[in-house]
Ligand binder design. Structure first.
Ligand SMILES: [Zn+2]
Length: 322
């Protein structure tokens, strides 16, 4: 196949994967990936048994699968790069050969992270940036720039920090969203909205805190509006799973979004994941709840102070006019 045709196919495939994933909530089901067709050609996008997908006629690999509990030691090292283990057998033939070809051609690949059985989070484009025969692993980076950074064994700290930041944004956060959304059956835990594209995974303890790790018990599946309200402490979730709307918002008068979308959520119980191990951790909820209620208390104090000022002004009013 002509390289220009292959490149155009990759672009079209990645566009489709991105659109599908967005509509679903950031992930694709195995069957969607296996059933993919372009024009009149069947073109499965993953090879879930081997991990490396090398379609006939492609000069280099189209996609790779990486799973935390897979048969290979695909590790993300301290350098922020994915060390992708060679597949079994001769490192210079078969699947490994076309993955090595991607190192020469610089063609972008799709990395599918298998987070939950049968579900894949696409991360793309990714690039094969080096080959470590001593480790029997290819190095996969999220930015093409790593192809030109010289010896990756000895990367300066700023570049390592950049790689780790990229990994957090483009690998860990999407993976967290997939795990949390699937745990909650792709529904907002507060209002039950069921549109993956409108759902986020919210951290209970934010990821700027040491305890703010991207695990399902530190997550809540929330629609965009409830996520923003949660982050702004307009909406809280107590350790016994009750939704609370802050008093100021409860007292406001406005249109249907405020009334139905926020005020009517007050007092509801969140919908929990079916699996006990996926449920939100009560200690983490308590940590966050304490901040929500503390903020509510200070808002009350501010309201009382404002009320006192108003009374004061009224009392003073007539004398100041005279
Ligand atoms: Zn919602």
């Amino acid at each position: 196949m002509d390289l220009a045709v292959e490149s155009a196919l990759r672009v079209a495939i990645m566009e489709w994967v991105r659109e599908r994933a967005e509509a679903n909530g950031g992930f694709l089901h195995r069957q969607e990936l296996l059933d993919y067709r372009i024009g009149d050609r069947d073109l499965a996008l993953i090879d879930f048994s081997r991990g490396i997908r090398n379609p006939a006629g492609f000069a280099s690999t189209l996609s790779i699968v990486s799973s935390a509990n897979g048969p290979y030691d695909d590790i993300e090292a301290d350098d922020g790069l994915l060390h992708y283990a060679y597949r079994a057998g001769d490192p210079f033939t078969g699947d490994n050969r076309k993955l090595r070809a991607a190192l020469d051609t610089g063609q972008p690949l799709i990395l599918f992270r298998k987070e939950v059985a049968n579900y894949y989070t696409p991360v793309m484009p990714v690039y094969v940036v080096d080959d470590y025969p001593e480790e029997r692993a290819f190095l996969i980076a999220l930015d093409e720039a790593f192809r030109y950074m010289g010896d990756l064994h000895d990367l300066p700290e700023p570049q390592r920090a950049y790689a780790r930041r990229l990994a957090k944004q483009r690998l860990h956060q999407p993976a967290f969203r997939t795990r949390v959304l699937l745990a909650y059956d792709t529904r907002c835990t507060v209002c039950s909205l069921r549109h993956g594209a409108l759902l986020d995974a919210a951290h209970i303890v934010p990821d700027t805190e040491p305890a703010g790790i991207p695990t399902t018990p530190n997550g809540l599946a929330l629609c965009k509006i409830h996520h923003a309200a949660y982050d702004q402490n307009m909406l809280g979730v107590s350790p016994d799973y009750r939704v609370s709307i802050n008093r100021e918002v409860l007292a406001e008068v406005d249109g249907p979004m405020l009334r139905h979308g926020l005020q009517e959520m007050h007092g509801r119980t969140i919908t929990l994941p079916a699996r006990r191990t996926d449920r939100p951790d009560r200690d983490l909820l308590a940590w966050r709840w304490e901040r929500f209620t503390r903020q509510a208390t200070s808002a009350d104090d501010a309201a009382h102070a404002a009320a006192r000022r108003t009374v004061h002004t009224h009392q003073r009013g007539p004398s100041s006019r005279s």
